[in-house]
Design a protein around this ligand. Structure first.
Ligand SMILES: Nc1ncnc2c1ncn2[C@@H]1O[C@H](COP(=O)(O)OP(=O)(O)OP(=O)(O)O)[C@@H](O)[C@H]1O
Length: 262
């Protein structure tokens, strides 16, 4: 019988260290992101999440034996970083290399338009970035990251500047795109509920080290209500690991059946 060899991981980080001057920011980080896996990197502000993401994106020089990335990698950031003097479509096209032949220009244009349609912006191809809402601009940023068909999509707090409702819509969009493109995603956030809504695996970072992981991939994303015992349990564990104490019960609150109608 032919044996199925698992695909190589999308990224592998081994004994990775980073320092800025005397300050050690990443300490002996080990992390594997499997092909097609959605990993959420969670941690307090300043713990080193973006620094690790920049290592994976090779935005900073890092030793090749500490950070290995299997295929093409794209990044989207908290701010959409669109060029205001280029149309929405041109912003997406810029992520694709071109030799400049007429045929290639046409292909680039078609691909950019198809990707913008995928993120729900078919009617905005010719718009200017400054005319877009925050959520629309972030969709363009996602389209620009997706258009090159990455094996690993790196998302650095992509939704933290959006309102709660838009953020929920973006969560659904990311899950749809992730399923359709079967890429791996590493998403950085400090939002515990976002991590619980999206992840296969939640990886917690504290002061430059990975300290905990939670596997939540078996829980269907359609049923990750905060009241579900597994979600509530994981949430309590994560908050405890982050050092957040639960609120004590309110001593002034009467049990429900004793409260007056007012
Ligand atoms: N280029 C740099 N030069 C000097 N210090 C840096 C540099 N980049 C990051 N740092 C420091 O490294 C530490 C980790 O920063 P990093 O941005 O990775 O944290 P983070 O977990 O992503 O934080 P946040 O959630 O607030 O974005 C911080 O103390 C930061 O000030």
């Amino acid at each position: 019988m032919a044996s199925l060899t698992p695909p190589p991981p999308a990224a592998r980080v081994r004994g990775h260290h980073r320092s800025f001057g005397d300050v050690q920011v990443l300490r002996d980080v080990d992390l594997v992101v499997e092909a097609g896996e959605l990993v959420v990197l969670l941690g307090r502000s300043g713990c080193g999440k973006s620094t690790l993401l920049r290592s994976l994106a090779r935005l900073d020089p890092v030793p090749a034996d500490e950070v290995e990335v299997g295929g093409r990698t794209s990044v989207a950031f908290q701010e959409p970083r669109l060029l205001p003097w280029r149309s929405v479509r041109e912003n997406v096209e810029l992520a694709l290399l071109s030799t400049g032949s007429a045929e290639e220009r046409r292909d680039r244009r078609r691909l950019a338009e198809a990707t913008l349609a995928e993120v729900g912006l078919a009617e905005k191809w010719e718009s200017w970035p400054l005319r877009l809402s925050g959520g629309q601009a972030q969709r363009v940023s996602l389209a620009r990251a997706l258009v090159s068909n990455p094996a690993l999509l790196l998302l650095d707090e992509p939704f933290s500047a959006l309102d709660a409702l838009t953020r929920l819509e973006m969560h659904q969009l990311v899950i749809e795109l992730w399923r359709r493109h079967s890429m791996a995603i590493l998403l950085v956030t400090h939002d515990v509920d976002e991590a619980l809504a999206l992840a296969d695996r939640i990886v917690l970072m504290d002061q430059g080290r990975i300290t905990h992981t939670w596997d939540v991939g078996d829980l269907p994303r359609t049923d990750r209500a905060p009241s579900r015992p597994e979600i509530a349990g994981a949430r309590a564990e994560i908050l405890r690991a982050l050092g957040v104490q639960p609120l004590p019960p309110n001593p002034n609150r009467q049990p429900h059946h004793q409260q007056g109608a007012a």
